[in-house]
Design a protein around this ligand. Structure first.
Ligand code: GAL
Ligand code: ZN
Length: 650
């Protein structure tokens, strides 16, 4: 079943309106609603006194209109009575200041009292709804970690951090050696000397900082798992999901996803104004990647102008539909719009939904409805898998290590991922996002931007992939450090030297906005910024050279034969033009199947399932565009109106 839904807040509206809402939803093809994720105070108005009667009635009204429900556990917004009674649950910032209530997410994930209160409300909800056939699943909390809320520096977290470290390192000696605490006399002589990185004079030890970020992530996941445990025991036949935030970096989403049935995520393409189709596509692919490639849900899909104190431009005609289809094209099996009706009060008065404040259905409603009708013909798509022959490696640990030490102010791990992704996107090559230890054997091309942290296991995984015939691209500042954020004593690229067939003689931080020229295989000139490295090829061949800068005339990129495959090393932070030309060359070289010819504004993806192959064409341009689709033995020309979507089933 394809789920098509809205995020609905019956507690914000008079009960007399609910039936009209539900019948408008039904006429638009809506068959699911997410409810209750901020309604704690209405479900438990005082401690231990539960009132689910209003929610029962709302679910019943929706049920009469054949709309199923996903219930959110309400822990993202602890009520005022709770905070007054248990002020010790409040989080503490880096400066040691308590973060008061007034917004949301004002709780510490390691607070024993908050965990107890969480257990109680989640148990009460689970018991109450376990046999309700209209409730099909659960969403845990809401956007865990949002507003950086999981970086808490309170004493509970300090104690939990020490325990986490004890588990990880076993002995203090091991911790001291792993972190290099001899530097600046930071050697710990007892566990209770270990600090949490509150504001200090100068900067903290980078190994401690990285472990703190891992601890923060693990604490959040542990808090989620506390809720999952209760729901699994009480409601074994309902699914459990959580709404993630795309490219958000405050949590290891690979780990977070492990205990969920599937992930969902919140997609706001036009929140800040301009829409970047490749950027949204990447977010979907990251989400599918952390979900092990399985279909996912979009739990909040933009349906109106978005913003709090100020709001951005609203979706133009066709955009809601285009973005929703883009999600499906990337592997979503459900689209849920945020929110049904724009709220009249509270922080999000200007975060617009399908209906405006007055509740009158207009253009945006009609667009949602039109798509609802189309989706009725698409049910055989559910469960089909995204098809990609290229992958990009994405690691949270590496991202955090660069957050701690960017190396150069304009060197950015995520920006590199975005640039290489765009290079493939612009040439109609679908991409999977994978973690460094994933099985890579199904890919013809793998890009591994800046493998800054390295382990022997990752090296083996990459070597196996290339040895067996894969093509791998690695970019600068790779193999620099071990997993504890300590620099290797090997010549760079450290563990990767054999695979890449090079040694790095020198690396250089490019000042300010300076750019150096690079010449590749063709006559064109390209540029690099931020970081450049002097490569000394051992077994590798040179494929690009610096034209100026400190390494003028020297190699900037190489290719190395390794087993049956090839490993490419790019020694500089190169521009998108170089990336596109390199990828163009590699796409043919490793025989990636390109099924569409046409402008880059037309996005193409493929989903394969038992009921067939679905080819999605999405025209992100404001002009009509023509593309040629090549199938074995035939070429078809297809016209797409501005903003239009076509799904071809084979
Ligand atoms: C999401 C969040 C929703 C709502 C929305 C608009 O990130 O999950 O609860 O706040 O943004 O701000
Ligand atoms: Zn805390």
């Amino acid at each position: 079943m394809f789920y098509y839904g809205v995020d609905y807040y019956p507690e914000h509206w008079p009960e007399e309106r609910w039936n009209l809402d539900a019948s408008l939803m039904e006429s638009a093809g809506i068959n699911v609603a997410r409810l209750a994720e901020f309604a704690w105070v209405k479900m438990e108005p005082e401690e231990g006194h539960y009132d689910f009667s209003w929610l029962d009635r709302a679910i019943e009204v929706l049920g009469k209109h054949r709309i199923k429900v996903v219930l959110g556990t309400p822990t993202a917004s602890p009520p005022m009575w709770l905070v007054k009674k248990y002020p010790q649950i409040l989080p503490v910032d880096r400066d040691g200041h308590i973060m008061g209530p007034g917004g949301r997410r004002h709780y510490c994930y390691n607070s024993p009292e908050y965990r107890k209160l969480t257990r109680k409300i989640v148990t009460a909800m689970a018991e109450h709804y376990k046999d309700n056939p209209d409730v099909i699943g659960w969403q845990i909390d809401n956007e865990l970690g949002c507003h950086e809320s999981n970086r808490c520096y309170c004493d509970n977290c300090l104690i939990a951090f020490r325990e986490w470290l004890k588990k990880k390192y076993g002995t203090l000696e091991n911790l001291n050696n792993s972190w290099g605490t001899i530097f600046w006399s930071q050697t710990y002589t007892s566990w209770d000397e270990i600090i949490i990185p509150r504001r200090t004079v100068g900067s903290h030890n980078p190994s401690l900082l990285l472990d703190f970020l891992r601890f923060v992530s693990d604490s959040t996941i542990d808090y989620q798992n506390l809720q999952i445990g209760i729901l699994r025991r009480t409601c074994p036949d309902k699914f459990i999901t959580h709404n993630l935030m795309g490219l958000f970096g405050g949590l290891d989403y690979y780990k977070l996803a492990e205990t969920l049935d599937f992930i969902s995520w919140d997609n706001y393409p036009k929140f800040r104004g301009d829409v970047n189709p490749a950027g949204i596509a990447l977010s979907h692919d990251v989400m599918r990647g952390v979900n092990s490639g399985k279909p996912f849900w979009v739990m909040e899909e933009q349906s109106g102008a978005a913003g709090w104190e100020i709001f951005g431009p609203h979706p133009l005609p066709g955009e809601i539909r285009l973005w929703a289809y883009q999600g499906i094209a990337h592997g979503a099996d459900a689209i849920v719009y945020f929110r049904w009706r724009t709220c009249r009060f509270g922080t999000e008065e200007y975060w617009h939904g399908v209906l405006d404040h007055d509740g009158v259905p207009r253009r945006r409603y009609e667009e949602v409805k039109k798509m609802g009708e189309e989706l009725k013909n698409l049910t055989d798509l559910v469960g089909s898998r995204y098809k990609a022959e290229a992958a990009i490696i994405y690691s949270y640990d590496i991202r955090w290590a660069f957050d701690i030490q960017p190396n150069n102010p304009s060197f950015n791990y995520m920006e590199q991922i975005q640039r290489y992704y765009a290079g493939l996107f612009n040439q109609h090559v679908p991409v999977d996002i994978v973690n460094p230890l994933s099985n890579l054997s199904r890919y013809k091309l793998v890009i591994a931007p800046s493998l800054y942290l390295m382990t022997p296991q990752i090296r083996e995984n990459l070597e196996r992939y290339v040895r067996e015939g894969g093509t791998l691209v690695v970019t600068p500042r790779s193999g620099v450090k071990d997993w504890n954020n300590v620099v290797t004593d090997k010549t760079l690229p450290g563990e990767l030297a054999d695979l890449l067939g090079v040694e790095i003689e020198e690396y250089y931080s490019i000042p300010g906005d300076e750019r150096y020229q690079i010449k590749g295989i063709g006559p064109e000139k390209y540029s690099c910024k931020a970081i450049c490295e002097l490569i000394s090829p051992k077994s590798a061949e040179v494929i690009a050279q610096y034209e100026d800068g400190p390494f003028a005339g020297k190699p900037a990129a190489t290719i190395n034969r390794f087993g049956n495959g090839e490993a490419i090393y790019i020694g500089a932070d190169v521009d998108i033009q170089y990336i596109e030309s390199l990828l163009f060359w590699l796409i043919t070289r490793c025989r990636i199947d390109i099924i569409v010819m046409g402008p880059k504004e037309v996005e193409v993806t493929v989903r394969e399932g038992e009921d067939g192959v679905f080819i999605f064409l999405l025209n992100h341009s404001d002009k009509a565009e023509a593309v040629k689709l090549s199938f074995p033995g035939s070429i078809e020309e297809i016209m797409l109106e501005p903003g239009d979507v076509k799904i071809i089933k084979r």
